[in-house]
Design a protein around this ligand. Structure first.
Ligand code: G3H
Ligand code: 13P
Ligand code: ZN
Length: 335
């Protein structure tokens, strides 16, 4: 049993309170390996942004759950050293389970030092979602671990569960869900989706510069939800913008990604002006990392030391996380 407080993490309570009032969102960035984690820490310290380190069930089994716990702990120590070295403030870091699908998984994360967990019961019936979410809350809260629940279904791949179509969150259900479960934050479905294939060009309009613009997020539903639970922390999953430059770089260096359009960053920026205080981004990091590695091998096909290609990939990620904190989420300088 490890307490997150001893490892140097914080839960999301204070982070979210400040973000809702300050009209910005905290970046929730997924990691599976050392380079991704280093990039997140460097970018967030240098931009002085609070951060949520996100671990999925898949990441836990890929990286080994024990090693992950120590990687997380190491990230806190690295953050402290970096802040001191640069004469900057230490930043709050939360270690969060992304898309927990069972009580047992959430319990295991609480027991191994996570400061926050998501129980995603969105694929169950409404009543079963409430029962499962409440059970996780009852276990986590005595340890001061915060819990995120989800209402509504996002299209795309969520932990091996593939939803073809999204089901928007029903605003009339949110008060009941929040009250009966006791969750600390709520993930909602208003048109974002998981993965790199969010919209096909055919589903989009084109602006004067020839840029594809997908259908707008359902800000009307978000507003209705906010009316029901004013100031309650809202989470947006599936918020990658799928940058054209990254997709082009991948495809011009041997990749075969199909044309795809993500959530425009301006729409995410707009959402952060509401009670949306946590924004999940994973796919954009995957794309930039792949782009940097493909470019490296195209330029230097004889290289074979992982540091030669993972180093530039890490640099590309640092630039991306800084950009998100500074220009999309408004989280820079909020420590
Ligand atoms: O929403 C899911 C995250 O992008 C994590 O993906 O389950 O492939 O680690 P993963
Ligand atoms: P993206 O696939 O849009 O990056 O979303 C990630 C996410 O929601 C993780 O929970
Ligand atoms: Zn998600």
């Amino acid at each position: 049993m490890a307490s997150y407080k001893d490892l140097g993490f914080v839960n999301t309570k204070e982070m979210f309170k400040k973000a809702v009032t300050g009209k910005y969102a905290v970046g929730a960035y997924n990691f599976n390996n050392m380079e991704q984690l280093q990039a997140i820490i460097v970018a967030c310290v240098e931009t002085q942004s609070p951060v949520i380190l996100q671990v999925s069930k898949g990441a836990r089994s890929y990286a080994n759950q024990t090693l992950l716990q120590y990687l997380g702990q190491g990230a806190v120590e690295m953050m402290k050293e970096l802040a001191k070295e640069k004469g900057l403030k230490e930043i709050p870091i939360s270690l969060h389970l992304d898309h927990g699908d069972t009580f047992e998984l959430c319990k295991s994360c609480v027991d191994s030092g996570f400061s926050s967990v998501m129980i995603d019961g969105s694929h169950h019936s409404y009543e079963d979602n409430i029962t499962l979410t409440k059970k996780v809350v009852e276990y986590a809260h005595p340890f001061d671990v915060t819990v995120e629940g989800e209402l509504g279904v996002l299209a795309g791949i969520e932990e091996h569960v593939v939803a073809e179509k999204s089901t928007y969150t029903k605003p009339e259900e949110v008060i009941d869900f929040v009250q009966r479960t006791g969750v600390d934050s709520l993930a909602i479905s208003i048109g974002t989706s998981h993965g790199a294939n969010k919209f096909k060009p055919q589903q989009c309009a084109k602006n004067a510069d020839g840029v594809y613009i997908p259908p707008e997020l359902r800000f009307d539903i978000l507003a209705e939800i906010e009316k029901q639970i004013p100031g309650f922390p809202i989470v947006l999953h599936g918020s990658s913008s799928v940058p054209v430059e990254a997709v082009k770089l991948i495809n011009s260096n041997g990749g075969t990604l199909s044309d795809t359009v993500g959530i425009p960053e301006e729409q995410i920026r707009k959402a952060t002006q509401s009670a949306v205080c946590k924004v999940n981004i994973d796919s954009d990091g995957r794309l930039w990392m792949t782009a940097a590695i493909r470019k490296h091998f195209a330029d230097k096909p004889a290289d074979f030391d992982p540091r030669q290609y993972l180093g530039p990939a890490r640099q590309a990620l640092i630039a991306m996380y800084k950009h998100k904190n500074e220009h999309v989420l408004g989280a820079a300088g909020k420590v």
